[in-house]
Design a protein around this ligand. Structure first.
Ligand SMILES: [Zn+2]
Length: 230
């Protein structure tokens, strides 16, 4: 799980050099990128690279590196904020302005092996909304994005990683797959397709930490997802 790939030193960013180092490590370790619809298949060293929020730097900084190593990825976009900025973070003390992908950027991403998923309509936390509002976040974002890409949107990323049983059930009615911010590697027998855990990729990962991220199966660290602000 990545967010922004940038040298802006924001706490959501992995620097361009560190990103390339990590991708190169994954490449030389023999990982192969797959799509969510192959998640249950028996593939050797499968990998799904995800980006939350739809930052423009995913296209400018991450995509050329991913192409270099022949990796695909998926970017989770906020449908109301296409071509705008990360306003949901504006009141944070450590806020850094970041531009988001435009409609045209999304098309360029698609043409270059980056798939698109929904990160909701407005990046509101689903646990703070009533049923009707949750349904709007889930369904309107799906329709808007499907109209842009001219194809099905099948994957959802819970804004802030916040999930309740109700929101997970509603997401499950519209999408085949949904990713959380729970820290773990995916295990078909253990995890549901509408609550897929992810491995957090941070800026400062030395080779040992990278090795551990890949080799350790379950981290299952309990933490307050809202505080982490993913
Ligand atoms: Zn987000």
């Amino acid at each position: 799980m990545y967010h922004s790939i940038s040298d802006d030193r924001s706490n959501l960013s992995v620097s361009v050099n560190n990103f390339e180092r990590q991708i190169q490590y994954l490449y030389t370790s023999g990982f192969k990128t797959i799509q969510f619809n192959s998640i249950d298949e028996k593939i050797k060293k499968p990998l799904i690279i995800t980006f939350d929020d739809g930052y423009k730097d995913n296209l400018i900084n991450a995509l050329p590196i991913l192409k270099k190593y022949n990796f695909t990825s998926i970017c989770f976009v906020v449908s109301d904020l296409i071509g705008k900025s990360n306003i949901w973070d504006k009141n944070n003390s450590n806020y850094v302005y970041k531009e988001l992908l435009s409609k045209n950027d999304i098309k360029v991403c698609l043409d270059n092996g980056m798939f698109i998923g929904s990160h909701g309509k407005s990046h509101r936390s689903l646990i703070e909304l009533n049923t009707d509002e949750i349904i709007r976040e889930i369904k309107i974002s799906k329709t808007v994005l499907e109209n842009i890409i001219g194809n099905k949107i099948d994957c959802f990323s819970y804004p802030f990683g916040s999930v309740t049983k109700l929101s997970a059930n509603l997401v499950n009615k519209s999408y085949h797959f949904a990713v959380s911010t729970m820290r773990s590697r995916f295990d078909t027998n253990k995890h549901k397709n509408y609550f897929i855990p992810r491995v957090h990729m941070s800026n400062n990962l030395n080779r040992f930490k990278l090795f551990m991220k890949i080799k350790t199966f379950y981290e299952d660290i309990k933490y307050n997802e809202k505080q982490l602000h993913m």
